[in-house]
Design a binder for this molecule. Structure first.
Ligand code: FES
Length: 160
């Protein structure tokens, strides 16, 4: 079995959301917040507990690009490609990260350390271009800062 989460218990999540509008999406949000992605065995359990076809769950997961089907990397890097960030150089940041990490958007490095993605406006356009690194919003990021950012992540990993 490939999934990292072997015996998830999502019964409380299902109970919490079952009777509310948008229950499937809310339950999926809670699951992703807990595991960092939506593991397949959790989707199977969710389908049974909510009495929803598995195909419907995957329809929702694949429709919203917020949801992930793969575990994220240890370090998650999101380059904002919203208009303000795009105009202030986000494409160059994304290209630099792709080259440095040898991954495409949406991919995780083979060692599982870095996950790279692009996102739409994260709501702080005045700080463009923005990179969100492990949940921390970095402002006015220049291409020259990418090496330092990756080094900092790698150092944190050594200190763990
Ligand atoms: S466009 Fe990047 S934060 Fe708004």
């Amino acid at each position: 079995m490939a999934d990292a989460v072997m015996v998830p218990d999502i019964s409380r999540t299902v109970q919490k959301w079952r009777s509310k509008p948008g229950s499937l999406i809310m339950a999926l949000h809670e699951i992703q917040n807990r595991y960092g992605y939506v593991p397949r065995n959790v989707s199977l359990q969710l389908a049974q507990l909510m009495n929803v076809p598995l195909a419907r769950i995957y329809e929702v997961i694949t429709f919203y690009n917020y949801f992930r089907l793969e575990p994220p990397g240890k370090h998650n890097l999101s380059v904002c490609m919203g208009t303000a960030c795009y105009l202030k150089g986000a494409p160059a940041l994304l290209d630099t990260l792709k080259n440095e990490l040898h991954v495409e958007e949406g991919e995780t490095t083979p060692d599982g350390e870095f996950h790279l993605e692009s996102v739409r406006c994260v709501g702080c356009c005045g700080l463009a271009p923005v990179v969100v690194a492990n949940g921390e919003t970095l402002a006015k990021v220049g291409v020259n800062a990418i090496g330092g950012l990756l080094a900092r992540c790698r150092n944190e990993q050594k200190e763990d």
